[in-house]
Design a protein around this ligand. Structure first.
Ligand SMILES: Nc1nc(=O)c2c([nH]1)NC[C@@H]1CN(c3ccc(C(=O)N[C@@H](CCC(=O)O)C(=O)O)cc3)C=[N+]21
Length: 294
Protein backbone atom coordinates (compact mmCIF):
# COMPACT_ATOMS: atom_id res chain seq x y z
CA UNK A 1 0.00 0.00 0.00
CA UNK A 2 2.47 2.59 1.19
CA UNK A 3 5.55 3.29 -0.87
CA UNK A 4 8.73 3.75 1.13
CA UNK A 5 10.43 6.76 -0.43
CA UNK A 6 14.12 5.91 -0.74
CA UNK A 7 14.92 9.17 -2.49
CA UNK A 8 13.52 11.19 0.43
CA UNK A 9 15.26 9.18 3.16
CA UNK A 10 18.53 9.25 1.18
CA UNK A 11 18.27 13.04 0.85
CA UNK A 12 17.99 13.32 4.65
CA UNK A 13 21.08 11.17 5.10
CA UNK A 14 23.00 13.23 2.54
CA UNK A 15 22.05 16.41 4.34
CA UNK A 16 23.42 14.99 7.60
CA UNK A 17 26.55 13.83 5.81
CA UNK A 18 27.02 17.34 4.39
CA UNK A 19 27.08 18.65 7.97
CA UNK A 20 29.72 16.05 8.84
CA UNK A 21 31.81 17.16 5.85
CA UNK A 22 31.68 20.75 7.14
CA UNK A 23 32.71 19.70 10.64
CA UNK A 24 35.61 17.68 9.29
CA UNK A 25 36.76 20.48 7.00
CA UNK A 26 36.65 22.98 9.86
CA UNK A 27 39.07 20.63 11.65
CA UNK A 28 41.38 20.55 8.63
CA UNK A 29 40.22 17.19 7.25
CA UNK A 30 38.93 17.18 3.67
CA UNK A 31 37.08 13.86 3.39
CA UNK A 32 37.55 12.08 0.07
CA UNK A 33 36.07 9.01 -1.60
CA UNK A 34 37.94 7.22 -4.39
CA UNK A 35 36.02 5.09 -6.87
CA UNK A 36 37.88 2.63 -9.08
CA UNK A 37 36.44 1.13 -12.23
CA UNK A 38 37.83 -1.80 -14.22
CA UNK A 39 34.73 -3.36 -15.66
CA UNK A 40 32.97 -4.17 -18.89
CA UNK A 41 29.56 -4.20 -17.21
CA UNK A 42 27.58 -1.47 -19.01
CA UNK A 43 25.73 -0.31 -15.87
CA UNK A 44 28.90 0.17 -13.85
CA UNK A 45 29.89 3.43 -15.45
CA UNK A 46 26.47 4.94 -14.68
CA UNK A 47 26.60 3.81 -11.05
CA UNK A 48 30.11 5.17 -10.53
CA UNK A 49 29.19 8.54 -12.00
CA UNK A 50 26.12 8.69 -9.75
CA UNK A 51 28.42 8.11 -6.77
CA UNK A 52 30.71 10.91 -7.90
CA UNK A 53 27.73 13.27 -8.29
CA UNK A 54 26.63 12.38 -4.76
CA UNK A 55 30.08 13.37 -3.46
CA UNK A 56 29.75 16.73 -5.11
CA UNK A 57 26.30 17.27 -3.63
CA UNK A 58 27.54 16.83 -0.06
CA UNK A 59 30.70 18.86 -0.63
CA UNK A 60 32.97 15.84 -0.46
CA UNK A 61 36.06 15.36 -2.59
CA UNK A 62 35.50 12.59 -5.14
CA UNK A 63 38.35 10.97 -7.00
CA UNK A 64 37.79 8.55 -9.85
CA UNK A 65 40.36 6.16 -11.27
CA UNK A 66 39.61 4.32 -14.51
CA UNK A 67 41.76 1.26 -15.14
CA UNK A 68 41.83 0.05 -18.73
CA UNK A 69 39.87 -3.21 -19.06
CA UNK A 70 42.71 -4.78 -21.07
CA UNK A 71 45.44 -3.74 -18.64
CA UNK A 72 47.13 -6.46 -16.58
CA UNK A 73 45.52 -7.15 -13.20
CA UNK A 74 48.63 -5.73 -11.51
CA UNK A 75 47.56 -2.29 -12.62
CA UNK A 76 44.42 -2.52 -10.51
CA UNK A 77 46.33 -3.91 -7.50
CA UNK A 78 48.87 -1.06 -7.84
CA UNK A 79 46.06 1.51 -8.05
CA UNK A 80 44.62 0.18 -4.79
CA UNK A 81 48.05 0.27 -3.12
CA UNK A 82 48.50 3.92 -4.17
CA UNK A 83 45.08 4.88 -2.79
CA UNK A 84 45.80 2.99 0.45
CA UNK A 85 49.03 4.98 0.85
CA UNK A 86 47.40 8.34 0.10
CA UNK A 87 46.47 10.04 3.40
CA UNK A 88 44.14 12.38 1.50
CA UNK A 89 41.90 9.43 0.52
CA UNK A 90 39.60 8.16 3.27
CA UNK A 91 37.31 5.75 1.45
CA UNK A 92 37.98 3.39 -1.46
CA UNK A 93 35.32 1.66 -3.55
CA UNK A 94 36.28 -0.77 -6.30
CA UNK A 95 33.17 -1.13 -8.42
CA UNK A 96 32.02 -4.75 -8.77
CA UNK A 97 32.14 -6.82 -10.88
CA UNK A 98 35.73 -6.37 -12.06
CA UNK A 99 36.94 -7.86 -15.37
CA UNK A 100 37.46 -11.63 -15.41
CA UNK A 101 41.26 -11.67 -15.42
CA UNK A 102 41.32 -9.91 -12.05
CA UNK A 103 41.15 -11.94 -8.83
CA UNK A 104 38.15 -10.44 -7.01
CA UNK A 105 39.13 -11.93 -3.64
CA UNK A 106 42.57 -10.37 -3.90
CA UNK A 107 40.95 -7.00 -4.67
CA UNK A 108 38.72 -7.26 -1.61
CA UNK A 109 41.58 -8.07 0.77
CA UNK A 110 43.87 -5.43 -0.80
CA UNK A 111 41.80 -2.43 0.26
CA UNK A 112 42.98 -1.06 3.63
CA UNK A 113 40.19 -2.18 6.01
CA UNK A 114 40.08 1.33 7.53
CA UNK A 115 39.22 2.71 4.07
CA UNK A 116 36.92 -0.16 3.04
CA UNK A 117 33.69 1.82 2.88
CA UNK A 118 31.91 -1.08 1.12
CA UNK A 119 32.63 -3.29 4.13
CA UNK A 120 33.77 -6.14 1.87
CA UNK A 121 37.28 -6.76 3.31
CA UNK A 122 37.42 -10.12 5.16
CA UNK A 123 38.34 -8.29 8.39
CA UNK A 124 35.27 -6.10 8.12
CA UNK A 125 33.05 -9.05 7.15
CA UNK A 126 34.39 -10.85 10.24
CA UNK A 127 33.64 -7.89 12.45
CA UNK A 128 30.08 -7.66 11.14
CA UNK A 129 29.48 -11.36 11.76
CA UNK A 130 31.02 -11.02 15.23
CA UNK A 131 28.49 -8.27 15.99
CA UNK A 132 31.04 -5.45 16.06
CA UNK A 133 30.81 -3.85 12.60
CA UNK A 134 33.26 -1.14 11.50
CA UNK A 135 31.44 -0.26 8.28
CA UNK A 136 27.99 -1.72 7.77
CA UNK A 137 27.70 -2.71 4.09
CA UNK A 138 25.82 0.06 2.29
CA UNK A 139 22.79 -1.76 0.91
CA UNK A 140 21.80 -3.66 4.09
CA UNK A 141 22.50 -0.58 6.22
CA UNK A 142 20.34 1.52 3.90
CA UNK A 143 17.57 -1.06 4.22
CA UNK A 144 17.72 -0.85 8.03
CA UNK A 145 17.22 2.90 7.70
CA UNK A 146 14.31 2.45 5.29
CA UNK A 147 12.59 0.08 7.72
CA UNK A 148 13.07 2.58 10.55
CA UNK A 149 11.68 5.38 8.39
CA UNK A 150 8.51 3.31 7.88
CA UNK A 151 8.32 2.59 11.65
CA UNK A 152 8.98 -1.09 11.06
CA UNK A 153 11.02 -2.48 13.94
CA UNK A 154 12.34 -5.97 13.08
CA UNK A 155 12.64 -6.96 16.75
CA UNK A 156 10.84 -10.22 17.38
CA UNK A 157 9.46 -10.29 13.82
CA UNK A 158 9.89 -12.90 11.11
CA UNK A 159 12.26 -11.65 8.44
CA UNK A 160 12.94 -13.61 5.27
CA UNK A 161 15.91 -12.69 3.07
CA UNK A 162 15.73 -14.11 -0.44
CA UNK A 163 19.26 -14.21 -1.81
CA UNK A 164 22.60 -15.12 -0.22
CA UNK A 165 25.12 -12.83 -1.92
CA UNK A 166 28.16 -11.51 -0.07
CA UNK A 167 27.06 -7.95 -0.89
CA UNK A 168 23.42 -8.09 0.22
CA UNK A 169 21.93 -11.38 1.42
CA UNK A 170 24.58 -12.45 3.92
CA UNK A 171 25.20 -9.07 5.59
CA UNK A 172 21.45 -8.29 5.54
CA UNK A 173 20.69 -11.48 7.45
CA UNK A 174 23.45 -10.70 9.96
CA UNK A 175 22.06 -7.24 10.64
CA UNK A 176 18.47 -8.47 10.88
CA UNK A 177 19.10 -11.25 13.39
CA UNK A 178 21.93 -9.43 15.15
CA UNK A 179 21.61 -7.40 18.31
CA UNK A 180 21.02 -3.69 18.24
CA UNK A 181 18.83 -1.13 16.53
CA UNK A 182 17.17 -2.56 13.44
CA UNK A 183 17.99 -6.14 14.43
CA UNK A 184 16.63 -8.85 16.74
CA UNK A 185 14.43 -10.39 14.03
CA UNK A 186 13.95 -14.12 13.60
CA UNK A 187 15.67 -14.44 10.27
CA UNK A 188 15.50 -17.02 7.49
CA UNK A 189 17.80 -16.95 4.48
CA UNK A 190 16.31 -18.45 1.32
CA UNK A 191 17.53 -18.47 -2.26
CA UNK A 192 16.60 -19.52 -5.78
CA UNK A 193 17.06 -23.20 -4.92
CA UNK A 194 14.90 -23.18 -1.78
CA UNK A 195 12.12 -25.79 -1.98
CA UNK A 196 8.68 -24.24 -1.66
CA UNK A 197 10.04 -20.72 -1.29
CA UNK A 198 6.53 -19.29 -0.93
CA UNK A 199 5.96 -21.27 2.28
CA UNK A 200 8.82 -19.31 3.83
CA UNK A 201 8.09 -15.86 2.40
CA UNK A 202 4.39 -16.11 3.30
CA UNK A 203 5.32 -16.37 6.97
CA UNK A 204 7.40 -13.21 6.85
CA UNK A 205 6.59 -9.85 8.39
CA UNK A 206 9.55 -8.48 6.41
CA UNK A 207 10.66 -9.82 3.02
CA UNK A 208 13.97 -8.66 1.54
CA UNK A 209 14.10 -9.65 -2.12
CA UNK A 210 17.71 -9.86 -3.26
CA UNK A 211 17.91 -12.85 -5.58
CA UNK A 212 18.75 -10.88 -8.73
CA UNK A 213 15.81 -12.37 -10.63
CA UNK A 214 13.33 -9.97 -12.26
CA UNK A 215 9.87 -9.96 -10.60
CA UNK A 216 10.64 -13.17 -8.75
CA UNK A 217 8.45 -12.36 -5.75
CA UNK A 218 4.78 -12.43 -6.67
CA UNK A 219 1.66 -11.53 -4.67
CA UNK A 220 0.86 -15.14 -3.71
CA UNK A 221 4.25 -15.28 -1.96
CA UNK A 222 3.67 -12.46 0.54
CA UNK A 223 1.22 -12.12 3.36
CA UNK A 224 -1.26 -9.28 3.67
CA UNK A 225 0.36 -6.25 5.31
CA UNK A 226 3.97 -7.48 5.07
CA UNK A 227 6.83 -5.05 4.54
CA UNK A 228 8.54 -5.78 1.23
CA UNK A 229 12.04 -4.50 0.43
CA UNK A 230 13.08 -4.82 -3.21
CA UNK A 231 16.84 -4.85 -3.77
CA UNK A 232 16.69 -5.93 -7.42
CA UNK A 233 17.81 -3.66 -10.22
CA UNK A 234 17.10 -5.52 -13.46
CA UNK A 235 17.01 -3.89 -16.84
CA UNK A 236 14.60 -5.87 -19.03
CA UNK A 237 12.89 -5.51 -22.40
CA UNK A 238 9.12 -5.07 -22.19
CA UNK A 239 6.82 -4.08 -25.05
CA UNK A 240 9.92 -3.31 -27.10
CA UNK A 241 11.22 -0.92 -24.48
CA UNK A 242 13.98 -1.20 -21.93
CA UNK A 243 12.68 -0.76 -18.39
CA UNK A 244 14.00 -1.13 -14.87
CA UNK A 245 12.26 -3.69 -12.64
CA UNK A 246 13.06 -5.11 -9.23
CA UNK A 247 13.03 -8.65 -7.86
CA UNK A 248 9.43 -8.02 -6.81
CA UNK A 249 6.40 -7.95 -9.09
CA UNK A 250 5.56 -4.46 -7.89
CA UNK A 251 2.14 -3.99 -9.54
CA UNK A 252 0.85 -7.16 -7.94
CA UNK A 253 2.60 -7.03 -4.59
CA UNK A 254 2.03 -3.40 -3.72
CA UNK A 255 -1.74 -4.05 -3.41
CA UNK A 256 -1.08 -6.62 -0.73
CA UNK A 257 1.98 -5.33 1.12
CA UNK A 258 1.73 -2.97 4.07
CA UNK A 259 4.75 -1.08 2.81
CA UNK A 260 6.99 -1.61 -0.21
CA UNK A 261 10.07 -0.03 -1.77
CA UNK A 262 9.76 0.96 -5.43
CA UNK A 263 12.41 0.42 -8.11
CA UNK A 264 13.84 2.89 -8.95
CA UNK A 265 13.67 5.22 -5.95
CA UNK A 266 13.84 2.67 -3.13
CA UNK A 267 16.95 0.82 -2.03
CA UNK A 268 19.31 2.15 -4.75
CA UNK A 269 19.53 5.76 -3.53
CA UNK A 270 20.02 4.49 0.04
CA UNK A 271 22.98 2.34 -1.00
CA UNK A 272 24.65 5.44 -2.35
CA UNK A 273 23.77 7.56 0.70
CA UNK A 274 25.25 5.02 3.12
CA UNK A 275 28.46 5.01 1.06
CA UNK A 276 28.84 8.73 1.79
CA UNK A 277 28.01 7.99 5.44
CA UNK A 278 30.75 5.36 5.65
CA UNK A 279 33.23 7.75 4.02
CA UNK A 280 32.77 10.52 6.60
CA UNK A 281 32.90 7.86 9.32
CA UNK A 282 36.20 6.63 7.85
CA UNK A 283 37.63 10.17 7.71
CA UNK A 284 36.52 10.86 11.26
CA UNK A 285 38.17 7.70 12.58
CA UNK A 286 41.37 8.11 10.58
CA UNK A 287 41.93 11.62 11.94
CA UNK A 288 40.35 11.34 15.39
CA UNK A 289 37.84 14.10 14.66
CA UNK A 290 34.44 13.57 16.25
CA UNK A 291 31.35 13.98 14.10
CA UNK A 292 27.66 13.43 14.62
CA UNK A 293 26.66 10.80 12.08
CA UNK A 294 23.13 11.10 10.68
N1 LIG B 1 31.97 -2.14 -4.82
C1 LIG B 1 30.67 -1.99 -5.13
N2 LIG B 1 29.84 -1.38 -4.26
C2 LIG B 1 28.52 -1.21 -4.58
O1 LIG B 1 27.75 -0.65 -3.77
C3 LIG B 1 28.05 -1.68 -5.84
C4 LIG B 1 28.95 -2.31 -6.69
N3 LIG B 1 30.25 -2.45 -6.31
N4 LIG B 1 28.55 -2.78 -7.89
C5 LIG B 1 27.20 -2.65 -8.36
C6 LIG B 1 26.20 -2.49 -7.25
C7 LIG B 1 24.94 -1.83 -7.70
N5 LIG B 1 24.84 -0.62 -6.92
C8 LIG B 1 23.85 0.34 -7.09
C9 LIG B 1 23.70 1.40 -6.24
C10 LIG B 1 22.73 2.37 -6.44
C11 LIG B 1 21.86 2.29 -7.50
C12 LIG B 1 20.85 3.34 -7.71
O2 LIG B 1 20.96 4.40 -7.12
N6 LIG B 1 19.80 3.13 -8.51
C13 LIG B 1 18.79 4.14 -8.75
C14 LIG B 1 18.60 4.40 -10.24
C15 LIG B 1 18.97 3.27 -11.13
C16 LIG B 1 18.91 3.58 -12.60
O3 LIG B 1 18.16 4.48 -13.01
O4 LIG B 1 19.62 2.87 -13.34
C17 LIG B 1 17.47 3.71 -8.11
O5 LIG B 1 17.31 2.53 -7.80
O6 LIG B 1 16.62 4.57 -7.92
C18 LIG B 1 21.99 1.23 -8.36
C19 LIG B 1 22.95 0.27 -8.16
C20 LIG B 1 25.92 -0.50 -6.11
N7 LIG B 1 26.74 -1.54 -6.26
Amino acid sequence: MTDIDGNAVAAEIRSGVADCVETLQAEGVDPALATVLMSDDPASETYVSMKQNDCEEVGMRGIHVDVDNDAPAEELYDTIDDLNADDGVHGILVQMPVVDHVDTRRVLRSVNPAKDVDGFHPENVGRLVAGNPRFKPCTPHGIQRLLASADVDPEGKEAVVVGRSDIVGKPMANLLFGRGEGGNATTTVCHSRTDDLASHTRRADIVVAAAGIPEFITADMVSEGATVIDVGINRIERDGESTLVGDVDYDEVHEKAGAITPVPGGVGPMTRAMLLYNTVKAASEQHGVEIELP
